[in-house]
Ligand binder design. Structure first.
Ligand code: FA5
Length: 356
């Protein structure tokens, strides 16, 4: 067979095809089940053995060349069709398309990210803990034994397997201490624990059943010198809290510190900020008190250090448990905590878009 002559004939037929359907017809004729090109390749079996290699090589070369030419012709007609379609409308492919919205960052995420950045810049490390917690870590390890009235004040969702939904992020204090002490880690230790907590509470303007806290824990060895012992003190606690609030609320805020009772700190404090909704005059948000409770904190109780595996004679520390929603409310002037989980897109779209 004169396969070079055949190749020329097929290439001419491809060049002569006048439109897409003509190319499709030609493709069926050349490469269909009994297509001419494929038949030519198969015809190698009818040749004497010694002629087969040379013929096979040449036939495959022809097959490739014809296939390529056919594909190029097909693409050409497809492009012509596309251009026709584009010209038939006022669609301009060179115009930039509409910008796709990516959705807004949730305000709690914005503030949590900023707090994490702030605390990590001060040398804190991020710790995590489970939302389904044991009674031991949520209460006992934090110096809240079974009959302690403080258990009542944290309306707990109890699970049928004896565990519970954690009522605060404080269980991660003892979890972290135990893990690090076991690994032979020596304080200084500075951790933050952002996370979700749950309480079976009546929902109102400032209370949700699911809410976010950010726990902080700082522990260091007491330095004993000729002039007495120094370690982590209330002064360190107050300085850290004031720095945090100034940065996160983007303004100087009036704060007050009053005694607060939490079994896992001694002494314990409640740090309140002046209500920005009524400038301290009293309104429904601050329950007419003029102050919003924002930052319970205190010096880590010796029993908690002991439970974590540290000698309270050798170590001291402070801890805080910030209510994240309350901080976000103060930052953006939001007067009802229920907006956060309401799923109202008009509320959510006020916040900056997720960066691409
Ligand atoms: C605690 O949860 C302590 N674990 C905090 C703590 C940590 C104290 C370390 C000392 C040392 P409290 O129950 O007050 O404390 O909650 C802390 C903050 O969480 C509150 O100030 C408030 O901002 C927020 N919070 C508490 N309950 C709710 C709720 N139902 N809805 C929204 N925020 C809440």
């Amino acid at each position: 067979m004169d396969i070079t002559g055949k190749q020329d004939e097929w290439l001419q037929a491809i060049a002569a095809a006048s439109d897409g359907p003509a190319v499709a017809e030609l493709e069926a004729r050349l490469f269909g089940q009994k297509g001419e090109v494929l038949e030519m390749v198969r015809s190698v079996t009818s040749l004497p053995r010694e002629e087969r290699p040379a013929f096979g090589k040449a036939a495959n070369g022809v097959k490739l060349t014809v296939d390529k030419a056919l594909a190029a012709r097909k693409d050409g007609f497809a492009q012509i069709e596309l251009n026709k379609e584009l010209n038939a409308t006022d669609f301009d492919p060179t115009e930039p398309g509409p910008r796709a919205r990516t959705g807004a960052m949730h305000p709690i995420t914005i503030v949590q990210n900023e707090l994490v950045d702030l605390f990590t810049s001060m040398g804190f490390q991020w710790e995590d803990g489970p939302e389904i917690e044991s009674e031991y870590f949520n209460f006992d390890a934090l110096n809240i034994p079974g009959d302690h009235p403080a258990r009542e004040s944290q309306d707990t969702f109890l699970l049928s397997d004896g565990n519970l939904l954690r009522t605060h992020t404080s269980p991660v204090q003892v979890r972290t201490l135990q893990r690090l002490v076991k690994q032979g880690f020596e304080p200084p230790l500075k951790v933050i624990v952002p996370g979700r907590c749950f309480r079976s509470e009546t929902v109102d303007k400032t209370h949700e059943h699911s809410f976010y806290q950010m726990e902080g824990l700082v522990v260091d060895r007491v330095q004993k010198g000729e002039n007495g012992a120094t370690g982590i003190s209330t002064a360190n606690l107050i300085h850290t809290m004031k720095t945090c609030l100034r940065v996160i609320l983007e303004r100087d805020v009036e704060v007050r510190l009053r005694p607060g009772f939490f079994p896992f700190v001694e002494p314990g404090f409640e740090l309140d900020v002046n209500c920005p909704f009524c400038s301290g005059k009293g309104c429904s948000v601050c329950k007419q008190s003029g102050w919003i409770e924002i930052l319970p904190c205190g010096m880590v109780h010796p029993n908690v250090l002991k439970e974590g595996g540290l000698d309270p004679e050798e170590y001291t520390g402070f801890a805080f448990g910030m209510g994240l929603q309350r901080v976000v409310m103060l930052r953006y002037g939001i007067d009802d905590i229920r907006h956060f989980m309401g799923g109202n897109l008009r509320f959510l779209s006020q916040f900056p878009e997720v960066p691409r």
